[in-house]
Design a protein around this ligand. Sequence first.
Ligand SMILES: [Zn+2]
Length: 185
Amino acid sequence: MINAGTFMQLLATKQLTFSKSGLSLFNMPIVFCPAPFLSEFQQYLEKKYGYEKARDLLIEGFKGGGASFTKNYAKSNKFKHKRDIIQWSLDLMSNAGWGEFKILELDEEQRLAKFSIANSPFTKLIKSNKPVDHIIVGLIKGVAENLIFEQPMEVIETKCQAKGDALCEIIVRPTTNHKKKSRNK
Ligand SMILES: [Zn+2]
């Protein structure tokens, strides 16, 4: 749910600024990007490279941005707990129009997390029988690998509103554990 109060607070504390030199959020340049800029790009990649290759390119391509943006903020705002970074990131994404994010499960010891998303812009713009929120998955993967669990993580969208599920669902788990598990099957 968009909470305009968050933007007012960011403006009041000058963390969000508008000037001749551009827009800035937490001292990083930002743009208001209409979601079709991204969804059209995604669909172009999919047409050119196929679903899986396009998905992997987007996930790997966006994780760096997710990590550097969040790292920049986390540096100046010391979070006490990793859960706080996750909650902050999800709240910011919810407020910035990426959908409504909720933490369903978080086990820091086992390095497992599960999130739900409602109404992501991608589910409104892309109709598919497969999950479509690859860019969001990439951003979450960047934060999970670089700021939360600090190891390679597998981030998968298991349910998606684009294909008729009630909510999108994203699972985060260690890459190595999963490989071990699949080998044992
Ligand atoms: Zn989805």
